[in-house]
Design a protein around this ligand. Structure first.
Ligand code: SF4
Length: 442
């Protein structure tokens, strides 16, 4: 018996649609624009070394040094080759860690900075990579990047409502260095070491104090805890900065997590692409690719951090199939305007980093000079939503004190109701009525 397909193939489906047959109006293909780079509507950012064709985001896989950092290297490290400068081990070994070292690059400290640097009881140590220092203004104490890494006296003053551990992470740590706040995910602090210390760090009670080592015993306890909780499907590896571990040690942790059957995804939280982009090497990303699904939360604060070096680092990660999101902390005098934030999110989008969260700065001890009112954050979101791509608008969140978790905050677009209609205003402030579906009272 002849087999009859359940759905007979219609004769018209076998024929090409008629518009494809019109030879004089063929659909375009990419070869034309690639042959004629000037035809591209996107401003070219460089050339592919291989064939001279212009592609959209070509980034050198070897080195890419911005002119400011190059001049800085020539001035302060004239005997250091470009190759050595781009070695992350060299960058870490030559971090600026003392007041005396700092004055070599910033000869005239402000009074506020001087007082802080010569105080013995500053909580968070000073450390800045030479690369990041090259982006810091020696002349302007109010420059955004300088404010984020150079201590000031005000960070010694604790104001009401502030605490060393405002998110109660310690109380939610079943084993040292593991925070279990949400039912299905945990935060694993790999180490307490960072290449550059951010003055507003939520974990300033821990980082840089040498109390949280990546020892086998501690990590085994954390892994055993994760293994014993089948509800944990997502592990965020953070610190300190996990990328300050060598490739082998980092791989040991990733491999162990990857082997736990109920751990579905691993995330890494890092500021390395902004402060030590040299750490993102082809060898590292080759290793990371083995542990998919792997996600990454990067920490960018200001558009000045989006250099060719950072772009190269993000490209290597994105090319390895790692989804990249940025967690940006809202900081007074650093990024608390719509213009700066819009510039930052646009830079991030071009680096293939999705602006993910905008964090209200946590009330850690000595943070009053960094904290803005919550209304500032909402105004920034209002200034982004509708005025730029939806992908570029982060979710603004407050991490609730005492471990309540992240609470999203949105400007209010609902004005009220008229009958069944919802009255709303759009991003331009114009009123619209939406016929809301009727909801039967239960
Ligand atoms: S990189 Fe992260 S953990 Fe390290 S000091 Fe900055 S905010 Fe804190």
């Amino acid at each position: 018996m002849e087999h009859t397909p359940a759905i007979a193939e219609r004769s018209s489906d076998r024929q090409a649609p008629s518009f494809l047959e019109e030879a004089d109006d063929e659909p375009p293909d990419s070869s034309e624009v690639l042959r004629h780079p000037q035809a591209s509507s996107t401003p070219p950012m460089g050339k592919s070394a291989k064939n001279g064709l212009i592609v959209r985001f070509p980034v050198s896989r070897t080195t890419a040094t911005n002119p400011v950092s190059r001049m800085f290297r020539k001035r302060f490290f004239p005997k250091v080759s470009g190759k050595l400068w781009n070695d992350w081990h060299w960058q870490v070994a030559h971090r600026i860690r003392t007041a005396a070292e700092l004055t070599r690059y910033i000869p005239l400290l402000s009074k506020d900075e001087e007082q802080a640097l010569y105080q013995a009881d500053i909580r968070l140590p000073l450390a800045v990579t030479p690369y990041y220092m090259s982006l810091v203004s020696p002349a302007d104490p109010d420059q955004a990047l300088r404010r984020t890494v150079v201590p000031v006296y005000r960070e010694l003053i604790r104001t009401p409502g502030e605490a060393d551990d405002p998110l109660s992470e310690e109380a939610q740590s079943p084993v040292p260095g593991l925070v279990h706040r949400y039912p299905d995910r945990v935060l694993l602090l790999a180490l307490d070491f960072c290449s550059t210390y951010c003055r507003y760090c939520t974990r300033s009670r821990v980082v840089g104090h040498g109390a949280l080592h990546p020892t086998r015993t501690r990590l085994e306890r954390a892994l055993t805890y994760i293994e014993s909780k089948p509800e944990i499907r997502d592990v965020l590896l953070s610190g300190g900065d996990p990328f300050l571990l060598g490739d082998d040690r980092l791989e040991w942790i990733l491999c162990r997590l990857h082997r736990i059957p109920h751990v579905e995804i691993i995330r890494i939280g890092t500021k390395v692409p902004a402060v030590l982009p040299q750490r993102i090497t082809p060898k590292l990303v080759k290793m990371l690719k083995r542990y998919h699904p792997l996600w990454m939360s990067l920490h960018f604060t200001h558009p000045d951090e989006c250099t060719p070096e950072s772009q190269r680092a993000c490209s290597l990660l994105a090319d390895a199939g790692i989804p990249l999101g940025s967690q940006t902390v809202l900081l007074k005098g650093v990024n608390d305007t719509v213009d700066i934030m819009k510039n930052l999110v646009h830079c991030l989008m071009k680096m293939r980093v999705r602006p993910y969260y905008l964090y209200q700065c946590d009330p850690i001890s000595g943070s009053s000079h960094f904290r803005t009112p919550v209304e500032t954050g909402m105004e920034i979101i209002r200034g982004l939503r509708g005025f730029t791509s939806g992908y570029a608008v982060p979710t603004y969140v407050v991490d609730a004190p005492a471990g309540g978790g992240k609470i999203p905050l949105m400007p209010d677009y609902i004005i009220g109701r008229e009958g069944r209609n919802l009255v709303m205003k759009n991003y331009e402030g114009n009123r619209y009525q939406y016929p809301n579906a009727f909801c039967d009272p239960i």
